[in-house]
Design a protein around this ligand. Structure first.
Ligand SMILES: C[S@@+](CC[C@H](N)C(=O)[O-])C[C@H]1O[C@@H](n2cnc3c(N)ncnc32)[C@H](O)[C@@H]1O
Ligand SMILES: Nc1nc2[nH]cc(C(=O)O)c2c(=O)[nH]1
Ligand code: SF4
Ligand SMILES: [Mg+2]
Length: 209
């Protein structure tokens, strides 16, 4: 990377884009809604069950002009989902400002492990034990989505729910490879604790991205 590219990456004028695609939001509160996904490369949170490990090394993904990715996204759909990788590793101010100028509503999928940036209409916080969220995001998260890999994750979910604001929706989502074991436990938990809802990775059943 050249010095100029480094500077433009820090300012958010360039971003490492792993992929971008038009699909249906598969998870959480907006399940079923058409959205254009922008998946940024780079993550060091290290979830051993991560379903996009290819995203982790930012150097493997081409730097794109932020203005170009904003225009492509907005020309496909006005609902945008920023994901990764960990999108908050990057300065999201220019990208989100440009998407806003183009009339978009912007959602983010994040672990919250990095400082927030950008103009964000819907924040889905999916906290991880290996890289806990920064404190500020609990106050503004719209949706808490805890991944259930084993029984201890129910306790982690309850602890994280204590930290979010009162309006935040609460979701449990099974780790994909553990779904046959975990969904029965999760449905039981949700019926006993109805402030929680079940989230299913519906796009994996629909065979869409
Ligand atoms: C790939 S992550 C990218 C965004 C961000 N790094 C995060 O973890 O929120 C997108 C969503 O997929 C979830 N996820 C990742 N791997 C999963 C798996 N194997 N099973 C279920 N959900 C998974 C994450 O918890 C997160 O909610
Ligand atoms: N359809 C679809 N919905 C999703 N919701 C969150 C996703 C993500 O990887 O962040 C995702 C994804 O990869 N595909
Ligand atoms: S924080 Fe998100 S992208 Fe990073 S390893 Fe965990 S699930 Fe994967
Ligand atoms: Mg995914």
């Amino acid at each position: 990377m050249t010095d100029l590219e480094k500077i433009r990456l820090e300012s958010g004028e360039l971003l490492p884009v792993m992929e971008h695609f038009y699909t249906i939001q598969g998870e959480g509160a907006y399940t079923g809604k058409a959205a254009y996904f922008i998946r940024l490369g780079g993550c060091d949170v290290g979830c051993h069950w991560c379903d996009v490990k290819e995203s982790w090394d930012p150097a493997k993904h081409p730097l794109m002009e932020t203005s170009q990715i904003a225009e492509i996204a907005a020309s496909n759909c006005k609902t945008i989902v920023l994901t990764g990788g960990e999108p908050l590793m990057w300065n999201l101010n220019p990208l989100t400002q440009q998407l806003k100028n183009l009339g978009c509503t912007i959602h983010i999928e994040t672990s919250g492990a990095y400082e927030m940036s950008g103009i964000l209409d819907w924040i889905t916080l999916s906290p991880k034990k290996t890289g806990l969220p920064k404190n500020d995001i609990y106050e503004v998260a719209h949706e808490l989505k805890v991944i259930i890999f084993n029984n201890n994750d129910f306790i982690f979910a309850a602890e994280q729910a204590e930290k979010v604001n009162d309006n935040c929706k609460l979701y449990l989502q099974s780790e994909w490879s553990k779904r046959d074991e975990m969904y029965p436990k999760m449905t039981d938990f949700v019926m006993k604790n109805p402030k929680w809802q079940v989230s299913v990775q519906t796009h994996k059943y629909l065979n869409i991205p």
